[in-house]
Design a protein around this ligand. Sequence first.
Ligand SMILES: [Mg+2]
Length: 377
Amino acid sequence: MKIQRMKRVLFIDRDGTLIVEPPETFQIDNLEQLEFIPAVIRNLYFIRKKLDFELVIVSNQDGLGSRDYPVETFESVQDKMINIFKNEGVIFDKVFIDPSRPEDNLPTRKPGTAMLTEYMTGDYDLENSFVIGDRLTDVELAKNLGCRAILYNKKELLDNKPELKSVCCLVASDWDTVSEFLFAKERCATIRRKTKETEIYIQLNLDGTGKTAISTGLHFFDHMLEQIGKHAGMDLDIHVTGDLKVDEHHTIEDTGIALGEALLQALGEKRGIERYGFYLPMDDCICSVALDFGGRPWLVWEVEFCREKVGDVPTEMFFHFFKSLSDAAKMNLNICANGQNEHHKIESIFKGFARAIKMAIHRDIFNYELPSTKGVL
Ligand SMILES: [Mg+2]
């Protein structure tokens, strides 16, 4: 029996998402104002060609048909836009325009779904469909449809509506990121690791913004792990309850293992990644961190410490942390550092490590090959 996949849709807002919205009037009523959002055409072409989404425009055009906004004015811009997209290979399956004003309170107006009932009859896989738009009403539309939302705006827009955060699977202000997300999916991992010595929870998003929430019970270690998230541009939550009453060893070692496992899991097939990274920071220290996500663990560690502890962490544990991490992530890691100030030295190692990761995990969906002649990493 042939299994037919349910149809999926991208419900795409128009003004502010496909074409630039004029900042004062919010109304594009002549051809001179028609300006495409950067990279939208080539990315929608890529999506149309490589993915199986139906493309549907859903737009509120306040007061369309009134004296202030005649239909002919709207159509001259709309037709031109649709034609330019068509000439570049981007065909929209349907276009839905609601002409009402907010005060009319019509169910056809976004975030209402009355124009879109044909998608709500069970023939469509709405859970794996998306609304893409620049306003919170677009996110609300996604919620009302049972889709997920891609907010084409700044994430601060969600600050006043925390209840919509869970509907948003991506906040982006460039179309390259949107098509990368739709094509190559999220690179996230969740690790739960429990032994008699430690209990660890890690949540990692390689394509995050550097947001971290770290608590290991060791203040200096927390500070260093924050550097990894921040400087690699990854969202990283790490919560560890370890047997600190014995000593710091298991907490640091097991965190290294779990973080390595999270990296390995989030990288997945490693398609399109740069694979290698290196970094050379310099203050009173010279430090280099080079790495390769090549699938084999190795650690070179040329670092000597003159103090027994930095903060509440024994310096001997840093080698152990990176060894555990490189083993679990199956990466080559080469770390050298020289300098006078022990705090600077270790901080530059963590920052350098983070920057090396950032370079190595960078992904190019237009060159979505494995960076290896072996065919596997
Ligand atoms: Mg809009």
